[in-house]
Design a protein around this ligand. Sequence first.
Ligand SMILES: [Zn+2]
Length: 216
Amino acid sequence: MTKKLFWKDPYLTECKAMVTSMEGNKVKLDQTIFYAFSGGQESDEGTINGIKVVNAVKQGEKENIIDIEYELEKVPDFKVGDEVEVKIDKEKRDKLRRLHSAAHIVYYFVTSSLGRLRIIGSNIASEKARFDFLYNKPISDLLPMIEEQVNPFLAEGHEIITEPDEKNPDMRWWRCYEWSMPCGGTHVKNTKEIGKIRLKRKNIGADKERIEIYLE
Ligand SMILES: [Zn+2]
């Protein structure tokens, strides 16, 4: 099992690790800071011993991340048991942390206006986050009001806690203010770090709404 350092400290951008398995250009490590696509959050970008990681694949159900396999741009010259250096793109992680936390908070403010939502998709990338839900009329008019609620809330500096489930250590919880939801993503420690956000609606078909979240 890969030890997920990005859960304990989502601000780390470099770490040492030991190679635990290798198959051609596919590598597993004993520990890692390099997130693999899960729960809608994109993978990090980065290198292992200077070789670019072209794909990071997690093994585990839903938001759980048990193991991660990294596909490298070329077959590396290291072997199982060697110590390697893992580096990730700092700016991309910074945006993913802020946008992922922002997406959760926007979700709660939207549900406090519209009631419980049936979420049908979500994605956290470095340029924007989004979530899609079933709703039978356009929500454009609502968004300026949500922005006016979310931005002061972010500026108030609420603490964000991410922690393992008591019974299942591979399942994680995100908690902030009076909210909590299962999430294995990487998050900021305080809403202040997010700064200001901007919201956009996108039409994705009948009875479906998409909210896009951008950092200012
Ligand atoms: Zn999440």
